[in-house]
Structure formats: C-alpha cells, structure tokens
Write a new protein. Structure first.
Ligand SMILES: C[S@@+](CC[C@H](N)C(=O)[O-])C[C@H]1O[C@@H](n2cnc3c(N)ncnc32)[C@H](O)[C@@H]1O
Length: 261
C-alpha cells in the first residue's frame, strides 16, 4: 500500500476513535506520566507534542510551558483537542515526517506512543533533529517488538494474516537515532502487562484507541465468527489464576539531545 494511503488510513482510524479514545487510554496515561517526570523545567520553552491525539498531554504541558504546539495527522483528533483543551495551545494538522516548523525552533519535543506509526523512523528522527534547537531534547515513548504477543500468537492458531502491527526492536530505534545524529541520554524497555475481562474487552480497547486496524494487512474479513472463536479459545491459554486476560505491551521510553556538532 502506498505510504500516503497508509497515512490516510491511520488518520481515519484514529479520527474515528477521537471521542472514545480518552476512556480507553490506560497505557497512554501511564507512559505519558513517565515522560512528564523527565521534562526539563524551563517554562519559557517552545514545546511540541508530536502525535498529540486528543491533546490530553498537550493540555498538561500547557500548565508548565508558555508555548505549546500539538501536532497530529488526524483532523478529528485535533478538532476534539481544540474544543476540549487549553486555549493557548496551537494545533497543527501535519505529518511527523514533514513538520511545518522552522529549523532550530523547538526546545522540547514530547511524543507519547505515536512514533510506532512512523515508517521509516529515520525520516521522522531527521525531522525532529531539524526542528530542535541546539541542546533541545526529544522525550518519547513507543512500543516494541513483543507487544500484544498473546494476541499475535492466538491469531496464529487461526491464520498467518497480520492482525497486529509490527513493532521495532529497541536496537532498531537506537540505530535510527544514531543515523539522525541525535545523542541518546536514556533509552529503556519495560514490559507493561494490562489485564482485561475477556478478549472482547481487549479488542474494544484497541478499537477505542484507533489501534485495531493494521495498515499493511494483506487480506480482509478474517474476523468472522469461527476465526474469532478459535482465536479466543487460543487466548484462554494465557488466562491468569485471577481469571484475567493479560496483554503485554513492551514499552520503550527515551530521552535524546540535539548536541552541538
Ligand atoms: C496512540 S495515539 C497517542 C496520542 C497521544 N500522544 C496520547 O498520549 O494519548 C497516536 C497518535 O499519533 C498520531 N499519528 C500517527 N502517525 C502520525 C504521523 N505520521 N504524523 C502525525 N501524527 C501521527 C495518530 O493520529 C494518533 O492520534
């Protein structure tokens, strides 16, 4: 599928989830809070929230910084943000791969669980480096290979189609950061396991988050009753003693600096 079509699909999927998103964003809240605790405390900074979604964290950033910009591919997400968040935030409907801001114009780039949608990652990092001021910082979270492995494995008992997006390995992110010329201060991986009442609950949460559609999926219509039943039976194998359905997210958090050349 051409890159522009994939991006339109990502924007539409997230756009359709804009009103249900905040109610299902448990993982996003957790990782975003981790990032906030690492932010430099300079209130006059220009801060850009890349892939801001419903603007929840842009809104928090606006309580600490004077100039906050929220950027997202989805117009619907930004419409929601514009209606519900701090008036002083500027909203930009744009692509992380082509940020409509001047070179050396941003002090802090904050990005919570958005860059896993960027392909190629090196282009996204090059853009981030371009807009960062010297000594500016990029603080981000993303998801890594192994995320939703229970769901992936359960679907494999049904067919070999792609039901979960591919996630990078930590090493790929590290290499892409090196290529971009950004210096790594911290780069970590940690598993976060969330419990669900059943597989339907997990699927609903992924849908509410706009993360249920797989851009490069090769075939359609596989969620028929029989395949769903077979998949959920396979997922029963992961049931915990407490009767919960676990889903593992491999969370990557990083802080990088745009050092002087
Ligand atoms: C999982 S949501 C995270 C939203 C928000 N950062 C939060 O913490 O709740 C990912 C967001 O990234 C946006 N996104 C995905 N690819 C993008 C791209 N190439 N450029 C800009 N935004 C993008 C989506 O539209 C979506 O709103």
């Amino acid at each position: 599928m051409p890159a522009e079509q994939i991006k339109r699909q990502i924007a539409n999927t997230f756009g359709n989830a804009s009103s249900s998103y905040d109610g299902s964003a448990r993982l996003q809240r957790f990782s975003g809070e981790l990032l906030l605790s690492n932010l430099p405390k300079k209130s006059e900074s220009v801060v850009l929230d890349l892939g801001c979604g419903t603007g929840y964290f842009a809104d928090v950033l606006a309580t600490q910084f004077n100039h906050v910009i929220g950027l997202d591919l989805s117009k619907e997400m930004l419409n929601f943000s514009n209606l519900n968040r701090n008036d002083k935030i500027n909203w930009l409907n744009a692509d992380i791969h082509s940020i409509p801001l001047m070179d050396n114009s941003v002090d802090i780039v904050f990005s919570n669980l958005a860059i896993q949608w960027c392909d190629p990652l090196t282009d996204a990092f090059a853009e981030i480096k371009r807009i960062l001021k010297p000594d500016g910082v990029f603080i981000f979270s993303s998801l890594l290979d192994g995320t939703l492995f229970e769901l992936k494995q359960s679907w494999l008992s049904v067919d070999t189609d792609k039901h979960v997006i591919d996630f990078s390995k930590l090493n790929d992110i590290e290499k892409s950061l090196h290529v971009s010329g950004l210096s790594i201060s911290e780069l970590e991986q940690q598993p976060v396991v969330l419990d669900y009442e059943n597989v339907k609950h997990l699927a609903k949460e992924l849908k509410n988050l706009g993360a249920s559609k797989v851009p490069k999926r090769t075939r359609k219509g596989l969620s028929g009753k029989d395949s769903w039943k077979k998949m959920t039976q396979a997922y029963d194998g992961y049931l915990t003693e407490q009767g919960a359905y676990p889903a593992t997210y491999q969370l990557c958090t990083g802080m990088v600096v745009n050092n002087h050349e």
